[in-house]
Design a protein around this ligand. Sequence first.
Ligand SMILES: [Fe+2]
Length: 224
Amino acid sequence: MSALFLSLPSVINKNRIITEHLPQLRRSLDLNVTENKRLFAKTIFGITQIMEGTQFYGLFLPLLHLLRNGKMPGIGQMFRYTLRDESNHIELGRRLFLALVEENPDIMAPSFKEELMQFMQAGIDAEIAFIDDLLPEAIAGLTPDEIKQFVYYNANRRLLGLGYDPLKNKQGKIILDNPFPWSSEIIYLKKNENFFETKVTEYGKISNLQEVRTEAELFEGIEV
Ligand SMILES: [Fe+2]
């Protein structure tokens, strides 16, 4: 099964886009050279804003949708924790990128900004190709078109967070609203709900379908 997954062109392409220039990042890289600083900045952007900040959300949304409908609650809860963790990585990457650019004004040239925008567009296109494989048609109240909008929504959040303009989708629309408003509610956890503090028994509880029967119960006490 994993071999089949790794042989899917859309998965290979998603991985390639993010990792293809990583081998150039070595300890010996001279970060006094503008081009090398750009490589570093582009890597932070690619990993935290494209992969973690955009592509992860497109992949995880169908699982959160299942959780919301009381299906696969155990794995759904794992992905809730994962996304909360990822939101820290995304914010760390955003701040790191902004600080790097602020301290090194030589990094940011119009051509480099354009390169970053094209990088994000390539990340979006790769994720959309993956969604075409993952969900070729609507299923259980989830349409591929809505998930693609969700990918653009997340990409645009990342771009706006760095002070860049949002991107238009293939229909020429700029998606700034979340097509799945419930997703942000489901990703945010209770303030006192901490992965490292949650007891094993609580995982036992959430894997019991009866414990997450209704949306009201699921969202009870969750900070928005
Ligand atoms: Fe991460």
